[in-house]
Write a protein that binds this ligand. Structure first.
Ligand SMILES: [Zn+2]
Length: 252
């Protein structure tokens, strides 16, 4: 399983992004992005960083390299009339650009970060432009792959800024983002395998899972004695889990 993943550290260079409590958004987003890239690369994924230094990039094609998945990392700030009042984690998802997949990826990332850091949960967010025909945010509207944008807390919040001051916490946020992406991608692979399973009872699905690196030696897996060992049990469990989720979604 090797996907092309674009990781975008928001702002940079002459554009510091949100500033408060001695922190600058551009530095936080860069730190998290570099950590996310490190983890995903160690997990065998192909990562493109839109920037890996403190430099300015406009909202142009450099922000949206060709990729399967695009995750833009930001930090929030409350409007000045309610300065310091907002707090928590929110993930922006697309209403127009592969919306179902964007929502699913966004939910995975949101849930996964919350497992690592006790941010207030603001949930998923969406916003259309004034014409009502596209997402307001460039980093949801323009990427070629499945797009989400994460707002990792409020820089002006007394609670969140304490979280964001610790490099250890930024590493945990990065771990959350990376795990959320990987979980989503594994689900995608499993969905394809589940569909194939219906056709010929596993032969094609097993070959596919082998090609994706989730199992080794597909022909052996088809033999009954092998199906008792630990890894296929785990895989079977994941597939059942996924089937369950899909049925539940249909019932809603
Ligand atoms: Zn920002």
């Amino acid at each position: 399983m090797s996907y092309k993943i674009a990781i975008d550290a928001g702002h940079g260079g002459k554009d510091p992004g949100a500033v408060a409590n001695g922190l600058q958004e551009k530095n936080i987003t860069l730190y998290i992005a570099l950590e996310v890239a490190k983890i995903l690369r160690a997990a065998g994924q192909y990562v493109i960083l839109t920037r890996d230094t403190d430099r300015f990039i406009d909202l142009n094609s450099q922000r949206i390299p060709i990729a399967d998945v695009s995750v833009s990392i930001h930090v929030n700030k409350s409007p000045s009339n309610i300065s310091g009042k907002g707090k928590g984690l929110e993930t922006w998802v697309s209403l127009f650009n592969q919306p179902t997949k964007s929502r699913e990826l966004g939910q995975n990332i949101q849930d996964s970060i919350l497992k690592h850091i006790s941010f207030h949960n603001r949930g998923l967010k969406t916003q259309v432009n004034s014409q009502g025909n596209a997402d307001l945010l460039y980093m949801l509207r323009k990427p070629k792959g499945i797009a989400v944008l994460v707002e990792c807390g409020f820089i002006d919040s007394p609670i969140d800024s304490e979280i964001l001051k610790s490099e250890n916490n930024l590493k945990k946020i990065a771990q959350g983002i990376a795990s959320g992406i990987i979980q989503y991608l594994v689900k995608e692979v499993i969905d394809v395998a589940l569909e194939q399973w219906m056709i010929d009872g596993g032969r094609t699905a097993l070959k596919y899972l082998e090609k994706q690196g989730l199992i080794l030696n597909a022909p052996e897996w088809s033999k009954e004695e092998k199906l008792g060992s630990a890894t296929p049990q785990y895989l079977t469990w994941m597939m059942l889990q996924r089937l369950d989720e899909k049925i539940e979604k249909k019932l809603k």
